[in-house]
Design a protein around this ligand. Sequence first.
Ligand SMILES: *[C@@H]1O[C@H](CO)[C@@H](O)[C@H](O)[C@H]1NC(C)=O
Ligand SMILES: *[C@@H]1O[C@H](CO)[C@@H](O)[C@H](O)[C@H]1NC(C)=O
Ligand SMILES: *[C@@H]1O[C@H](CO)[C@@H](O)[C@H](O)[C@H]1NC(C)=O
Ligand SMILES: *[C@@H]1O[C@H](CO)[C@@H](O)[C@H](O)[C@H]1NC(C)=O
Ligand SMILES: *[C@@H]1O[C@H](CO)[C@@H](O)[C@H](O)[C@H]1NC(C)=O
Length: 368
Amino acid sequence: MLRVLFFLLAGLSLVFATGKILKIPLHVRRSFEGSKVLLAENATKESETLQLLLKTHNNMEYYGNISMGNPRQNFSVIFDTGSSNTWLPSVNCPKSNAACQNHRNYNSSASSSYVPDGRNFTLQYGSGRVVGYLSKDTMHIAGAELPSLTFGESLFLQHFAFSEVRFDGLVGLGLGVLSWSNTTPFLELLCANRLVEKCIFSVYLRREPREIVFGGFDETKFEGKLHYVPVSQWRTWSLEITKTSVATKQVGGKSNAILDTGTSLVLVPQQTYQNLLNALSAKLQNGYSVVTCRSEPLPNINILIGDMVFPLTPSNYLMEVILDRKPVCVLAIAPINRGFWVLGDIFLSRYYTVFDATERRIGLAQAK
Ligand SMILES: *[C@@H]1O[C@H](CO)[C@@H](O)[C@H](O)[C@H]1NC(C)=O
Ligand SMILES: *[C@@H]1O[C@H](CO)[C@@H](O)[C@H](O)[C@H]1NC(C)=O
Ligand SMILES: *[C@@H]1O[C@H](CO)[C@@H](O)[C@H](O)[C@H]1NC(C)=O
Ligand SMILES: *[C@@H]1O[C@H](CO)[C@@H](O)[C@H](O)[C@H]1NC(C)=O
Ligand SMILES: *[C@@H]1O[C@H](CO)[C@@H](O)[C@H](O)[C@H]1NC(C)=O
């Protein structure tokens, strides 16, 4: 049922092996219930407001290990490119909050490097809310030490979103404009402290050992050359999709797309979604877009980024679920009431992705 794959890559011995590179092995867990669309927007006003609700039975969680404080307290965290703030459940979280009790809690009294901040925060993700107060402490990540990271100690975790998940907390890999005011978010702090040589990180989700690399990329994990495109909106890790087609039919035009490791699926604007349903002859059943798992092959969804096509094959964009006791294929693509796309894990598990903050660009290549 709960399948957790462990990737015991020699994290520590790899640190600084090739210049200054930090590698975090990512564990994967397929969660069978609950939604997880972690996408956040405009946190300068201390609340991230993009609301997305999504039902799916086939979410993947990718998480890695970090420690906070001295002596170290260990946590599993999601590394989320769709938001910029970091939080952990607090030891002061009330007993009544089941989601806190199901996870490891940070105890500031037990850490000699803890520094209070005093401000409160609320974060609203697509799948739920997190509330608490800000603190500062040293994060240990892949053998490196990141001092004075401001993070949230959570006193409230919304039950339906966070109770059943395997990760304890979240590390936002987004950019500073989205973070709490007067704080330096994880990525900028990592770069400012020169814990990595280059201010970039790369995500490999295709198969084990899955990993996130800070400071560089791993050429053995992708085929051919990286195809770079500029970051389209410097508030988020986003790029511009030129157009999208299914076979010879265009289903979507020019659009921004956020690359989000914290979202499981691919989310598209309403009109594009309608066009996709038509092009794939999908029918709605119990709120799902059902495609018959036919023997003849379905077409690829071809996403043009820059001058290169990034196809999603049926095995990428379909997932099998049981509806009315019958297995059916449903789209792992959902609509949003927004003008942009969200390229989540079903896209990122097919394409190796380099997030380059220095050159403000994103590199993509076919993941091996
Ligand atoms: C991460 O933490 C989990 C739970 O504490 C542990 O089982 C796993 O071995 C750790 N992975 C690594 C790479 O240290
Ligand atoms: C983000 O929040 C700031 C401060 O509240 C506000 O001035 C700005 O208009 C917001 N931007 C968006 C896109 O909502
Ligand atoms: C925390 O993690 C480190 C490194 O994975 C491990 O050596 C240590 O035993 C862990 N500590 C606890 C209390 O689980
Ligand atoms: C937190 O740490 C302090 C100091 O080590 C300890 O006295 C206290 O019992 C801890 N709290 C919990 C709930 O574990
Ligand atoms: C922070 O939240 C707590 C409740 O969790 C409340 O008692 C306190 O007044 C809040 N502080 C500020 C500065 O808003």
